[in-house]
Design a protein around this ligand. Structure first.
Ligand code: ADP
Length: 484
């Protein structure tokens, strides 16, 4: 699939440190999850290259922060336009290494690029404050300054967007960055870095350090432990988030963590059922169920339960599973063998405990799993507690609004949640009672660059996107002028 790029020079397999492409002594394999075939080998770097990248970023910081926000914004905007201009090639690279259907990959390129556009503008609005004095001989004011070198450790499910969502606000605020992309999907990150170079990003301001699973741990350790790195942003599992947080404790790093989701999706008796089914499809089966905001637990009120599961199963029957490069395909493969084994484990556990398979339920072949709907699901099943991260919709039944809310909140996670209701009072009650950072009301799609994305409870810390997203990369400095 990579032979057909319009601009083959976007296919980079070396890391980017201090404006130089670095091959290193070893390489690791990047596979196509749809076929298991080798795509290419990428530089397998480690702790010493991570150190070098941090040093390069530290050295680049004074000149980068000294630029005006407008100058930094101009570079980000050039990068944005290059990403859009090369969206077809970037989508091909993304589908090849990640598996999602090509149209969805293209959608991610546009979404990912939008963070650059948004923060190029937001960087110009980093306002300070003057505070009314309580002492006539003094004046108080507050300025916002960049926090310093930032590290970004990102997952494979959105190989571009998870990077730009962190890097765009950091760069706009005046911080240089060191990126450690997921070992499954380094090619999209490196292609984006190549375009950042073409956009005129100064050497050392944007660095990408690649490594396989083992080296990722070593690189991550350097990024956490380095006193020069002042902020770490991570998207991935809660388990790894805890490790990074512990490793960052000795240097008291600022942290943004976007961790596991386990999103509930509630359908009340008064919902528009067709709309709820559409929302369920969009929220559940996108990226084969591999997004942290994918609905993971469906709670449907007794009066509409049977109608909802029947309609959902009918729609799910129309989804087309296959290689993301084939036209008409709506669902690609899962990312790796462990991912598909987890899905199989959740389905087997649910059926053993009494769940009914309405559609799907089986692996088609290799890493392809049938889009699945499970009815009569109960809270003792694995899928009630763990994120399945696959194309399975387990549907639970509930009776009262209070019970629905309690079931939705019965998790240590709190990233996204969704509910369908046409009752305005209920919309306010449930919207306020639900424990999550984001709530989709009568919609299954909520992400966009202009809004704050993030979670509560063990789903993480901080917000990405929105006007809030840049605050993570700034420190407030209070100045007190006396002796007036
Ligand atoms: P997922 O379950 O989505 O694969 P992970 O949390 O395992 O998420 O991985 C997300 C990112 O964190 C990847 O870039 C991966 O290489 C990195 N990572 C995984 N384990 C560690 C670790 N111990 N230290 C630093 N980075 C890690």
């Amino acid at each position: 699939p990579l032979a057909q790029l319009k601009d083959p020079s976007l296919l980079k397999t070396d890391a980017l440190i201090n404006g130089e492409w670095v091959g290193g002594a070893a390489r690791f394999d990047v596979d196509d999850p749809a076929t298991g075939e080798l795509l290419t080998h990428v530089a397998n770097l480690g702790a010493s290259e991570a150190d070098a990248a941090v040093a390069a970023a530290q050295a680049a910081w004074p000149a980068w922060r000294a630029k005006t926000a407008k100058e930094r914004g101009a570079i980000l905007m050039r990068w944005y336009h290059l990403l859009i201009q090369h969206a077809d090639d970037l989508a091909r690279i993304l589908t090849a290494e990640q598996g999602k259907p090509l149209a969805e990959a293209r959608g991610e390129i546009v979404y990912g690029a939008s963070f650059l556009e948004w923060f190029a503008e937001q960087g110009k609005r980093v306002y300070g404050e003057t505070i009314p004095t309580t002492d006539p001989t003094k004046r108080y004011w507050v300025i916002q300054q960049p926090v310093g070198v930032c590290a970004a450790i990102t997952p494979w499910n959105f190989p571009l967007a998870m990077i730009t969502r962190k890097v765009a606000p950091a760069l706009a605020a005046g911080c240089p960055v060191v990126i450690k992309p997921a070992e499954q999907t380094p090619l999209t990150a490196l292609a984006a870095a190549e375009l950042a170079q073409r956009a005129g990003m100064p050497a050392g301001v944007l660095n990408v350090v690649t490594g396989d699973g083992d080296q990722s741990i070593a690189i991550g350790k350097v990024l956490c432990e380095s006193p020069a790195v002042r902020h770490l942003s991570f998207t991935g599992s809660t388990e790894v988030g805890r490790i990074l947080m512990a490793q960052s404790a000795p240097t008291i790093k600022k942290l943004s963590l976007e961790l596991g989701g386990n999103a509930p999706f509630l359908v009340f008796d008064d919902a528009d059922l067709d709309s709820a089914v559409e929302g369920a499809l969009a929220s559940k089966y996108r990226n084969a169920g591999q997004t942290c905001v994918c609905a993971n637990r469906f709670y449907v009120q007794d009066g509409v339960y049977d109608a909802f599961v029947t309609k959902l199963a009918e729609k799910v029957a129309a989804l087309k599973v296959g290689n993301g490069f084939e036209s008409g395909v709506t669902q690609g493969p899962l990312i790796d063998d462990a991912a598909i084994e987890k899905v199989e484990r959740h389905v087997a556990d649910a059926t053993a405990k009494g769940a009914r398979i309405l559609i799907g339920g089986e692996r088609l072949h290799d890493r392809f799993f049938q889009p699945t709907v499970l009815a009569d699901v109960t809270s003792d099943m694995l899928c009630a507690r763990e994120e399945t991260f696959g194309p399975v919709a387990p549907v639970f039944r509930f009776q009262t609004e209070a019970e629905g809310i309690a079931m939705a909140n019965g998790t240590e996670f709190g990233l996204a949640s969704y509910f369908y209701s046409r009752d305005i009072g209920r919309i306010f009650r449930v919207g306020e009672a639900i424990e999550s950072g984001m709530v989709g009301v009568n919609t299954g799609l909520i992400s966009t660059a202009e809004v704050p994305f993030g979670g509560v409870k063990q789903s993480g810390l901080g917000r990405e996107g929105g006007h809030q997203g840049i605050d993570e990369y700034l420190e407030s400095k209070y100045l007190c002028l006396g002796d007036l």
